[in-house]
Design a protein around this ligand. Structure first.
Ligand code: UVW
Length: 502
């Protein structure tokens, strides 16, 4: 990894990069960050670079390569779509923090299936919104859907509206001992930030204002926290959503500026020594159906929570009766039954949120867990032709869940009369084929408790991912505005759990 060291200094003078000191009120840390990217981080694995990118997976001695800390260790396990293949893959997962038992539990002993064959007779929306469309099912959302969401939120009058956000902390626990961890897929690492300027080193700007500034000091995996997947994130065969060629996932982007930034703001305090030994002049990203569309348009409409965890959860010890056990497959029927039990009708073009109760396990010490959090066997929705056809018929634009992949990661499906294993089949059916968005690692505890207390499961859903151009996904913090005439703390459901005290 290149080393990036930035030091604030009160003396010396550096001109701003555009020559106008008034333009640079704050340090341009964005450019500094871009130079902190190792080319290994930015290049998509392709036929020529795959071995470098997934070092540790393909090697027979993969575990050795995985010993390094931080990004090297994480990337050692990064070829996650083939993570079950071979002993070196298992070694890399162990290095990424998974126990051998947890990995073994995720490996049903059936042959590998074929995603192309599985989905070939199912619907797609390619061409539906034009050959150039990169927005997919967000085209379903417009004035009527936003109105319906607002209408749902206003149902109980002006005095009875509650708001919720659904994002987990994005620079949280590290997982030093395997007990308390951020809910990340193995191979992704927690984003760490650090101060560039604060009260220990800042010089006041003209007139006395002071500013603290910070930046990420580790790679920020754009899907390493609550996030939205871009349509071109997953594919099978050689084509992405809307028939775009898979080669567009490796689109070059050149950076005009390769010099490290300097800073004239804050009363002339420059950042000095902000240098990388490997400045990045270009990166590679998605040339089609990246996260830009949702970032520009936003996602606004009527949302419905399907709290399958509450409707069908529970375990022998009864520690929690509102969580699905690991390995649970949620079927379309389960979703319908949950809606019925909740007394909510799913309408066309609704945004669906599915609560499993899984993500809080990641934050809990073992004595408080009903089951260890294991990303490979989290409960989630499972593939069926009926589910895919229903999502298409209902014109559902967006489905989110409080687990790492929305769907159960490894699914045993039937193909040619035989049980076979396919990883992430619904990513192919939804994102690639239908253009339906997937959002993961949502925090649905407080929303779920509130809905259970007041019995109102529909609301106004609004969200927009970070506008990280060309990215395969981006952090998102959805906001819910819902009608609510009961305080969940007073209701039968008891306490409102919080993201910080699970
Ligand atoms: C997984 O499949 C783990 O999630 P994502 O869509 O973020 O890659």
């Amino acid at each position: 990894m290149p080393v990036l060291v930035c030091v604030l200094s009160g003396d010396g003078h550096h001109s701003s990069k555009n020559g106008d000191p008034t333009m640079d009120r704050r340090p341009n840390v964005d450019d500094a960050d871009s130079s902190d990217i190792d080319s290994n981080d930015t290049e998509h694995p392709d036929s020529t670079d795959a071995t470098r990118y997934v070092d540790g997976i393909g090697d027979t001695d993969g575990i050795d390569d995985s010993d390094a800390d931080g990004i090297d260790k994480a990337l050692a396990g990064y070829d996650r779509r083939s993570f079950l293949r071979g002993s070196s893959a298992v070694a890399a997962l162990v290095a990424a923090g998974m126990s051998p038992e947890a990995i073994a539990a995720a490996q049903p002993d059936v042959p590998e299936g074929d995603i192309e064959e599985l989905l070939e007779d199912l619907p797609d929306n390619w061409g539906k919104w034009g050959d150039d469309d990169e927005l997919g099912a967000l085209n379903y959302l417009g004035s009527e859907q936003m109105y319906d969401g607002m209408h749902a939120a206003m149902r109980k009058g002006r005095e009875n509206v509650a708001g919720f956000t659904l994002q987990v902390p994005m620079t949280g626990f590290e997982n030093p001992d395997g007990e308390i961890q951020d809910p990340l897929f193995p191979g992704r690492v927690v984003g760490r930030r650090d101060n560039v300027a604060d009260a220990t080193n800042v010089e006041p700007a003209t007139g006395g204002m002071k500013f603290a500034d910070d930046k990420f000091v580790t790679t920020l995996f754009l899907q390493g926290t609550t996030h939205l997947d871009a349509l071109a994130h997953p594919w099978y065969g050689d084509h992405l959503y809307n028939g775009f060629d898979a080669s567009t996932t490796h689109t070059e982007r050149e950076y005009a500026e390769t010099e490290m930034p300097t800073f004239d703001g804050l009363g002339g305090v420059p950042i000095i020594g902000c240098e990388s030994d490997e400045p990045v002049e270009e990166t590679f990203g998605l040339g089609k159906a990246d996260i830009s569309g949702p970032a520009e348009q936003g996602v606004m409409g009527r949302g419905v929570l399907l709290d399958v965890g509450r409707a069908m959860g529970g375990n022998e010890e009864d520690i929690y009766d509102d969580r699905l056990a690991p390995e649970t497959c949620i079927s379309l029927e389960d979703m319908h039954e949950t809606a019925e039990e909740q007394g909510v009708e799913i309408e066309e073009r609704d945004i669906l949120l599915i609560r499993t109760g899984s993500i809080p396990r990641a934050y809990e010490p073992p004595e408080e867990q009903d089951a260890p959090w294991n990303p490979l066997v989290e409960p989630g929705i499972c593939f069926s032709e009926e589910l895919v056809r229903w999502v298409d018929d209902m014109e559902i634009p967006f489905i989110g869940a409080d687990n790492i992949a929305l769907e159960k990661l490894n699914q045993v499906v039937e193909q040619n009369g035989e049980d076979v294993l396919i990883t992430n089949p619904l990513h192919g059916a939804f994102l690639r084929d239908l253009g339906v968005y997937i959002s993961e690692i949502l925090w649905l505890e407080e929303l779920g408790a509130q809905c259970a207390a007041d019995g109102i499961y529909d609301f106004l859903f609004t969200a927009a991912p970070l506008y990280a151009e060309m990215s395969t996904g981006a952090p998102i913090n959805p906001t819910i505005v819902k009608a609510s005439d009961v305080d969940s703390e007073d209701g039968d459901e008891g306490e409102r759990t919080s993201r910080t005290d699970v």
